[in-house]
Design a protein around this ligand. Sequence first.
Ligand SMILES: Nc1ncnc2c1ncn2[C@@H]1O[C@H](COP(=O)(O)OP(=O)(O)OP(=O)(O)O)[C@@H](O)[C@H]1O
Ligand SMILES: O=C(O)c1ccc[n+]([C@@H]2O[C@H](COP(=O)([O-])O)[C@@H](O)[C@H]2O)c1
Length: 218
Amino acid sequence: MHDSSNDDLVILGGTFDPIHYGHLRAVEEVRQALAIAQVMLIPAGHPPHRQSPWADAHHRLVMARIAVAHHPRFSVTSLEVERAGPSYTVDTLNILRQQRPQAILAMVIGMDAFLRFDTWRDWQHILELTHLIVTGRPGWPAAELPEALRQALYQRRCEDVGTLRRAPAGHILFHTVTALEISATSIRSLLASRQSPRFLLPDEVLDYIEAERLYQNP
Ligand SMILES: Nc1ncnc2c1ncn2[C@@H]1O[C@H](COP(=O)(O)OP(=O)(O)OP(=O)(O)O)[C@@H](O)[C@H]1O
Ligand SMILES: O=C(O)c1ccc[n+]([C@@H]2O[C@H](COP(=O)([O-])O)[C@@H](O)[C@H]2O)c1
């Protein structure tokens, strides 16, 4: 049996351009379901599979910090923002695993991202470093999985939290979270058309966006 430890982490990486309640609620629900004390948010400096984010990495890091400032169970790491080059998840997980050799690491990934997970750098190695918690998201039906991912699921899928908690890494768990149809894209569109995205993201993050005049030009 794997002893639970204070080092255990639920992890969510993202562009967070900007961070919103869809991210925060999903990761909090996973944290509670897994009975893990701490969440770490990892804003990507240079997300590998998309064009340059709208806001620069410093702003996206600050917004993530502001979003969780009053929540001691949440932290934000600048690891990827400080690293040059594409923000490959495997590089980040290698560092976290070195720092926490025995800890349960549980990385949250939306179903939309999971469908393309086999295109991530060293994705098979990622599964040795962390558990993967795949969350449902409205508008992204679980379409046909690529064969390589189907194989990985066959070997690694686990059905319950108890099994997952007995190992520090290596399982894939599907977990349904409250469906919040919020995306950073829709928030940016509202802002660009001078409409308010209030209540889709924390007020303090919106205050920052307004003060820094982010996302005003589509
Ligand atoms: N509303 C949501 N509910 C649950 N998970 C979400 C939601 N929005 C994003 N995620 C997940 O959070 C992670 C990071 O997402 P990301 O920062 O790309 O946000 P996004 O809202 O999808 O951004 P964009 O609209 O710019 O593509 C991904 O794994 C994604 O699937
Ligand atoms: O490591 C990879 O190859 C890789 C490829 C695509 C996405 N990711 C990570 O997945 C997270 C969500 O990415 P995105 O582009 O959907 O915001 C973010 O942490 C990215 O760094 C990582």
